[in-house]
Design a protein around this ligand. Structure first.
Ligand SMILES: [Mn+2]
Length: 366
């Protein structure tokens, strides 16, 4: 996290900013989920602004030592508690004033907050959300390790799904088994609602699991993830119960599309081309119009981060990015199918962070 602050300071310098106010990327910079804001001055130590109730947690979790808590009412304080009886915006304004900040960037803030800050500390305030996203695209070693750990938990979740899928069970039962397994394996959250989408639900790329029972002749899309210190994983497999030949072909197509996309992945290539490679395989199989989403996305503290692997993407892949590669095809009345893995982009190619065996693939016949 110190490293992240150092990188941010480099960006501030280039843009002529003397401080950056963060409300959306606190965990990334400060290493804590406590805190309402973090102020990163270019030539002084960073400051965490938090409510009194988060003070102890921020002290315990963050490497940042200057932590200023606010309380909107006067309350008796414990020994050593550094609490300001003021509103959060007032505390932020005071801090910026103390720093003499004249050019302040921020990742996100309402107009109202900026108006108040300007009133207390007239400065040039600039909204720069992309600045943080650019930093976050390239993962540090520490982040890659957490993403790998998160990916391993997701693999355990997928093994659990493979064992749990059976005729007559409901989608939600499978979700429950999978999430229980991942929590026991150390997942500290669910980055998105686990998808178990069978039969007609599989045509919906973002289906919500229901009490529908699994039946013969259905494909089942399982899309799951864990989090590790906030770092998300994202893994999808398509299972089948006594599938038809056309359904098997559908799964084979998305697998081939993923392989084609992966073959293009390495530092320096355009993200659009990676998407194009998958799309071409899908088109040749006759499914071009059943392919409504991009082929993948960056992943980190958020499940969906830049870069985007899609036809309209202007991003270039760079060494140190972590991506999902997940072509999907959704054919009404036949089935949906998606195959997703996570990779770390390297100079010459990629390293797979998820490996899920596929004894069970493509058809988990029972
Ligand atoms: Mn995904």
């Amino acid at each position: 996290m110190r490293e992240h602050v150092r990188k941010l300071k480099g960006k501030l310098d280039k843009r002529g900013l003397d401080a950056f106010l963060v409300t959306q990327n606190i965990r990334y910079l400060a290493g804590t989920t406590a805190g309402k804001a973090v102020i990163i001055p270019i030539d002084a130590a960073p400051v965490i602004i938090c409510s009194r109730l988060e003070l102890e947690q921020a002290r315990r979790e963050s490497w940042i030592r200057d932590i200023r808590a606010f309380s909107s009412w006067r309350a008796p304080l414990r020994r050593g508690e550094r609490v300001y009886f003021s509103r959060p915006w007032q505390l932020i304004a005071d801090c910026l004033k103390e720093l003499g900040a004249r050019a302040v960037g921020y990742d996100r803030a309402g107009r109202e907050l900026i108006r108040k800050l300007w009133g207390a500390n007239p400065a040039n305030y600039r909204e720069l959300p992309d600045l943080m996203l650019e930093l976050r695209m390239i993962k540090s070693k520490e982040e890659v390790a957490l993403l790998q750990k998160s990916a391993r938990i997701a693999m355990r979740g997928m093994s659990c799904a493979a064992e749990s899928i059976a005729l007559g069970r409901t989608e939600l039962e499978i979700v429950a088994e999978v999430e229980y397994e991942m929590r026991k394996a150390g997942s500290d959250g669910t980055p998105f609602n686990t998808i178990v989408a069978s039969g007609r639900n599989s045509w919906l790329p973002h289906a919500a699991a229901t009490q529908k029972r699994l039946r013969r002749g259905e494909l089942i899309v399982v899309d799951l993830g864990a989090t590790c210190m906030g770092y998300a994983s994202d893994l999808t497999r398509t299972f089948a119960l006594a599938p038809t030949g056309r359904q098997v072909k559908l799964v084979e197509t998305v697998k081939r599309a993923q392989k084609a996309a992966l073959a293009r992945v390495r530092g320096g290539v355009g993200a659009r081309g990676v998407d194009g490679a998958a799309r071409e395989v899908i088109s040749r199989a006759g499914y071009a119009k059943f392919c409504p989403h991009g082929t993948g996305h960056g992943i980190g503290l958020d499940t969906h981060e830049p870069p985007s692997l899609a036809p309209d993407s202007k991003d270039a892949l760079r060494e140190g990015m972590v991506l999902t590669v997940e072509p999907g095809v959704y054919v009404p009345r036949l089935s949906g199918a998606r195959w997703e893995d996570m990779v770390l982009v390297t100079r010459g190619g990629y390293k797979l962070l998820t490996k899920f065996p596929l004894g069970v693939h493509p058809c988990l016949d029972t």
